[in-house]
Design a protein around this ligand. Structure first.
Ligand code: AMP
Length: 415
């Protein structure tokens, strides 16, 4: 059996891992750690909640602590790029936790806050920087940071960074890092854009590992869909909160405005609720997140971007107040529950107009959401049964197959 000990990590790193309370590596850790510790480039296709953070942070710490640190002021030797500040903070948290017993310094760099403290931290000298691309580039432009000594570059949630339009910033940053380096790239999905980007910046012999089926949300999440009329969504939310064994609940809404409204109404009903979205200041967001983590708030209402990287192990339910129009968002959202070893529930509210999104999600993930109704909650919105959905998907596949067949035939005729 693979254990953290057999993965070849140094004693001091193992102490950090055990202090975090882990005894067995998750599959991505078991696969990634030996490759990354050996210094090879690695592309990891893994969803959030699989333990991928430790999968790159542990080998990174291992290599930096084993290598010789140049004399004098500490130089940035490892750079992790992440799409959002929340994720950057979370990754650096992991660096601090696992790296407690090695003498390495780290800092986070992200936008939305003053530059002063970040400049100070950089001047004092750090070994590891965890940054969002935009702000890091600002620092680079002002000469606040030198990346010429970087040995390890990590791109976390690369698909999301590309989605968010960071490609040019990323390329500019990477151009300042020595070519002789190790590059680790993690992504929940592997669209063409990510593959092309990886090919440009990574060694040709980069290892590729894929954990779990590419598009399927973590298996530990039970997924439900609930039909509801548009004007009844709040009532349904209250009904769910009262009838399900909820602990910590993350509610997703389509817009910031709606997130605020839902939060207000929940608070009025006596729930400890808070909102997380990008209209809030960085401090407000940190407070909301900390309060949610520590149990001061039972419910957090968030929008997609703000919720990236939320790492709270006790989220028992994710509720999609609005069905996400993109399947990728759906996967990221529900990945907030059922993290690592715990299981979770995801309930998606679907109005008549949102049925098309549900179909899209089911097609994309290849999984059917379990239909859920509550006896004492009436609604006029009836969802297609799982059987009907399954039959429709089968018919679609068949038709597609037939389409391809006839295309093939017609091309052979042309020849
Ligand atoms: P990640 O996919 O990196 O966001 O990690 C998901 C969650 O799994 C985090 O809350 C980690 O603290 C937790 N975790 C990571 N590795 C392990 C492990 N080997 N055993 C138990 N929990 C873990």
């Amino acid at each position: 059996m693979t254990t953290f000990k057999t993965l070849g990590l140094s004693e001091n790193i193992l102490r950090g891992v055990f202090a975090a309370g882990y005894d067995t590596p998750t599959p991505i850790q078991a696969a990634a750690i030996p490759i990354a510790s050996s210094g090879q480039d690695l592309i990891g296709c893994a969803q959030t909640g699989t333990g991928k953070t430790a999968g790159f942070v542990l080998p990174l710490l291992h290599r930096l602590s084993m290598g010789r640190r140049p004399r004098g002021r500490r130089e940035v030797r490892a750079l992790v790029l992440a799409p959002t500040r929340e994720l950057a903070i979370q990754v650096e948290d992991a660096v601090r936790t696992y790296g407690k017993h090695v003498s390495l310094y780290s800092t986070t760099i992200y936008g939305g806050v003053g530059m002063g403290p970040q400049i100070k931290a950089l001047r004092r000298g750090v070994d590891i920087v965890v940054a969002t691309p935009g702000r890091l580039l600002d620092h680079m432009d002002r000469g606040n940071v030198d990346l010429s000594q970087v040995e390890i570059l990590v791109l976390d949630e690369a698909d999301r960074m590309l989605d968010m339009g960071f490609i040019r910033d990323m390329r500019k940053i990477i151009a300042e890092i020595p070519r002789r380096r190790q590059t680790l790239l993690f992504s929940a999905t592997m669209p063409q854009e990510v593959q092309t980007f990886a090919r440009d910046i990574m060694a040709r012999d980069a290892e590729f590992i894929e954990i779990g089926e590419r598009r399927n949300p973590a298996k530990t999440v039970v997924q439900h869909a609930c039909g509801v009329d548009h004007h009844q969504k709040m009532d349904l939310l209250l009904h769910v909160l009262e009838n399900e064994p909820v602990e910590n609940v993350l509610v997703f809404s389509r817009t910031k405005h709606r997130a605020d409204r839902i939060t207000k109404r929940l608070s009025k009903k006596g729930f400890a609720a808070t909102a997380l979205h990008s209209n809030k200041s960085q401090n407000q967001r940190q407070r909301a997140l900390e309060g949610f983590k520590r149990g001061r708030f039972q419910i957090m209402v968030a929008t997609d971007i703000a919720a990236r990287g939320i790492d709270v192990d006790t989220i028992s339910h994710v509720i999609n107040y609005d069905t996400p129009s993109e399947a990728e968002s759906y996967i990221h959202r529900i990945g907030r529950t059922g993290r690592a070893q715990t299981s979770g529930d995801a309930i998606t509210f679907v109005t008549h107009d949102e049925k098309k999104y549900l179909r899209n999600i089911e097609r994309h993930t290849g999984q059917l959401l379990q239909r859920k109704t509550y006896d004492d909650f009436e609604t006029s919105v009836v969802l297609e049964t799982e059987e009907e959905a399954s039959n429709r998907n089968t018919r679609r596949k068949k038709n597609r197959g037939r389409g391809q067949h006839s295309r093939r035939r017609s091309s052979s005729r042309r020849n």
